[in-house]
Design a protein around this ligand. Structure first.
Ligand code: HEM
Length: 427
């Protein structure tokens, strides 16, 4: 049976199923220095940690690399089926973490099993057919346009003016929107991310954009993700197309924005990194790989829900318990990092074995990972090319992380640089 939030708000903190002293999954420690929290959790609890979500809801945070791998490799026992959650009867309709946890919906992100595979068959080839050179071209053009808006000023907040808008503008083009709608979608997603009273209305506007796009591409197909999804021979409803397009954009924009932001932050704040880049020993790609290992955009992911009682680590897990994937913690698990001390991502040989995109049947689709990589790398390259003497405009201690245990990004990245002309002036 599919379960959804209870209409009645409840404040009852439920006793986790046999959990010893659960760790609260909130507080500034998660924003300031999550790795030191993960270290102390590892010492006290091992690879699977009983945690308490805001509102008193119990869950298990999986922080061992092997255990995350085990859970994500077994989608039959551990599907990403939020409908199985055994706490639904107690969840108030206005629970703040609802958008993060999700609810059962007929979309690629919120379906499971064969239903999920049906969506994957339609969505993933449509992403895969996007031409990498074209994505790079969009990235260059839109990055230039964003930089043009502040380059004569000599200062900027790179998060608000560059890192956040760039991925959503490129994704909007890829799914088939004209640029002026892309700009509104960027505003909508910002309102959604900010939460608060505007979020509900923003969600409706987001859905409205996608519904109009589906109608427009059905009438006049083009070379875009939406037209390719519509051309796929299996039958889907308009609501399913709309929800899949919302999933693609929502899953891709802030993650890619934080990948750009965390990489630029690393380059600007770690003296060693900047020095070795200047000497040509390290590249933008090295910074981006290091971020996926050490400072990834998705620190904690909700989740997986076992279909039956089982064991994980030292714990008995009940059917329908929430498992949160501690991707950020798993990537720094000392059991896989031995010998890598002090070497950062380089200790992994730049390998792609990190779990920043998760793993298994429900992982971030490979073509989506490639799209994210092209957008982020192109954006950073254009930025460094246009503003070569970019530096931080505040002391590093003043940089503030996103107030979330789940997402890892910086809320603002104030920078200064020598003012340069716009690309328009150069023509
Ligand atoms: C740095 C950038 C990105 C990161 C870190 C990231 C990470 C993730 C993660 C952790 C998941 C969940 C996997 C799971 O439950 O196991 C996911 C799913 C997904 N991502 Fe990404 N993602 C990124 C960029 C993108 C982009 C650019 C797109 C779209 C073009 C995208 C589309 C998707 C989709 C459609 C899913 C759902 C896949 C499924 O359920 O089969 N992602 N991503």
């Amino acid at each position: 049976m599919t379960r959804t939030p209870s209409a009645e708000p409840t404040s009852s903190a439920l006793t986790p199923s046999g959990c010893p002293a659960a760790v609260p999954l909130s507080g500034p420690g998660f924003h300031a220095d999550p790795q030191s929290l993960y270290r102390s959790m590892r010492r006290e609890h091992g690879p699977v940690v009983p945690v308490e979500l805001p509102g008193g809801f119990p869950a298990w945070l999986v922080i061992g690399y092997r255990e995350v791998h085990q859970v994500t490799s077994d989608p039959e026992l551990f599907p990403r089926d939020v409908g199985l959650w055994n706490q639904w009867p107690h969840v108030p309709a206005d629970w703040p973490l609802l958008p993060m946890v999700g609810q059962p919906l007929p979309s690629i992100y919120f379906s499971a099993g064969e239903e999920h595979r049906r969506h994957v068959r339609m969505v993933v080839p449509a992403l895969e057919a996007a031409d990498p050179f074209e994505i790079r071209g969009h990235g260059e053009q839109l990055a230039d346009r964003l930089i043009d808006a502040f380059c004569a000023r000599g200062t900027a907040d790179l998060v608000a003016e560059f890192c956040e808008p760039l991925p959503v503008l490129v994704l909007a083009r890829l799914v088939g929107f004209p640029d002026d709608e892309g700009a509104d979608i960027a505003r909508v997603l910002k309102d959604l991310a900010d939460g608060g009273p505007g979020a509900q209305e923003a969600h409706q506007r987001f859905a409205g954009h996608m519904a109009r796009l589906v109608a427009a591409k059905r009438a006049e197909p083009g070379e875009d993700v939406t037209s390719r999804m519509l051309a796929f021979p299996e039958e889907f409803t308009d609501e399913e197309y709309m929800l899949d397009l919302m999933a693609i954009t929502a899953a891709g924009h802030l993650t890619t924005a934080d990948w750009i932001g965390n990489s630029v932050r690393l380059m600007l704040t770690e003296g060693d990194f900047a020095d070795s880049m200047a000497r040509g020993r390290r590249s933008v790609a090295d910074a981006m790989t290091e971020v996926l290992w050490e400072d990834g955009p998705t620190q904690i992911l909700a989740g997986r829900w076992p279909v039956r009682d089982t064991r994980l680590g030292e714990h008995r897990i009940k059917a329908g318990d929430m498992l949160l994937l501690g991707l950020g913690a798993a990537n720094t698990d000392p059991l896989i990092r031995q010998g890598a001390a002090g070497a950062g991502a380089a200790g992994q040989g730049g390998s792609g074995a990190h779990l920043a995109f998760s793993h298994g049947e429900y992982r971030c689709p490979f073509p989506a990972q490639e799209i994210a990589e092209i957008i982020a790398r192109t954006g950073i390259e254009v930025l460094l090319d246009r503003l070569p003497d970019l530096e931080l405009d505040v002391p590093v201690e003043e940089l503030v992380r996103r107030p979330s245990a789940f997402l890892r990004g910086t809320t603002a990245l104030p920078v200064r640089f020598s003012p340069v002309p716009t690309t328009g002036d150069l023509l």
